[in-house]
Ligand binder design. Sequence first.
Ligand SMILES: *Cc1c(COP(=O)(O)O)cnc(C)c1O
Length: 490
Amino acid sequence: MTNDELTLDPADWTEFGALAHRMVDDMLAHLASLAQQPAWREMPPAVRGSFSGEVPREGKGDAAAYAEFVERVMPYTSGNQHPRFWGWVQGNGTPLAMMAEMLAAGINPHLAGFNQAPALVEHEVVRWLASLLGMPHDASGVLVSGGTMANTIGLAVARHAGAVAAGWNVKEDGLQGEGSPRLVFYGSSETHNWARKAAELLGLGNRSFHRVPVDAEHRMDLAALAARIAEDRAAGLRPFCVIGTAGTVNTGATDDLTAIADLCARERLWFHVDGAFGALAYLSEELRPMVDGMERADSLAFDLHKWGSMPFECACVLVRDPAVHRAAFASSASYIDPMARGVIAGGLPFAERSLELTRNFKALKVWMSLTANGADHHARLIEQNVRQAHALAALVDAHPALERLAPAPLNVVCFRYAPPGYPDAGLDALNEEILLRLQERGLAVPSGTRLAGRYAIRVANVNHRSRMSDFTALVDDVVALGEEIVGEQG
Ligand SMILES: *Cc1c(COP(=O)(O)O)cnc(C)c1O
């Protein structure tokens, strides 16, 4: 190389190596000290304001770039690695998987396919996941960014299958063919919002997503589902899919998946399961009965970055019939034609299972984690989270000033502070304020939701770092903050 030829490799590998080792040491020190850190830090206005700089035209060097990260980025996240973070549904990540991310970027393979070792790792991971979740070992699957994408892919395959069954080429004509029937699909009113986005994106339209009411346990009312399907058929609509949820985002409820599978078989409908976090309960023999029937899905979507503890992003969609999965997405282009030998031998199978062509090596962190920890260890962690959630529910039930707002079958607990005699109309504002103070003081990070119009503090526990003492502290903090706010109100 002559001096005037550029590269992005370091000029001095030894110097870069020292910086790289410092990055690793700093990150491990961060992870080792999470319990001593606040659950959340609000970003000072000066730091917040510092992100409106001009694009750097002249580089400041690797060390300076890293210093910016350490000062302005690293301390100011939403806190989801912390042992007292239970907001929304966000996993923690793990030290090993963090290193796997580095290794994946280190070899930087292109995972459209290319039948080399990285592709074989993803094929193996898909097979492992299928077998862990009760799907056939030859189910087709692909790792994607998150549950939203995994579910959307599942619904897209369902749409394809539904259109083919109607004798209609959705890939060629889209949803605009002459006299094309109106496809409709079903899920409970507790279905996660991905279904709406997917309906909009896939050209089905939000009106084609028929939301079925739920019972007192927040599970789909199956009589209402059957009635709606019959009504829709009578009106000339074309039902094609039912979404069952394993672990709803609000309360962790699971639909009667066996009954939905039976109904789908009877009605010749695609059975899709959104098991974003709940599907992983299947790993545990003790919890498996709660998600029974899931293994009968035509397509199953789940996250690994929630209850699988993988760093973002990582989710998977499995499709029972590999031919249908491929048919929904395969298309050809001369510049990616497979050849019998050479680098592209074996083609680009992953590009034929979703929208993406260029994909990163998400499979490595899953493969290394399952290899290092064993699936049984992950199952024990999931059981631990459920035990903790049930214990929290019991603490809430036993406390005279706390009130549970929904059943807590799995790992989600919704409750509020409701001291005897406090006016009902003020409880929503009181609990919102408790939640905000919990977060702002860095005590803990639950999130909020509304259940039957009532504001709830919501704890979704997919946290491998939480200890039982973290939940007793949460109960104490909620009550103390509640008393403090009520005191301020005189
Ligand atoms: C989190 C969640 C999703 C969306 O998954 P992302 O990974 O956030 O895209 C879908 N369904 C349920 C039940 C969820 O909990």
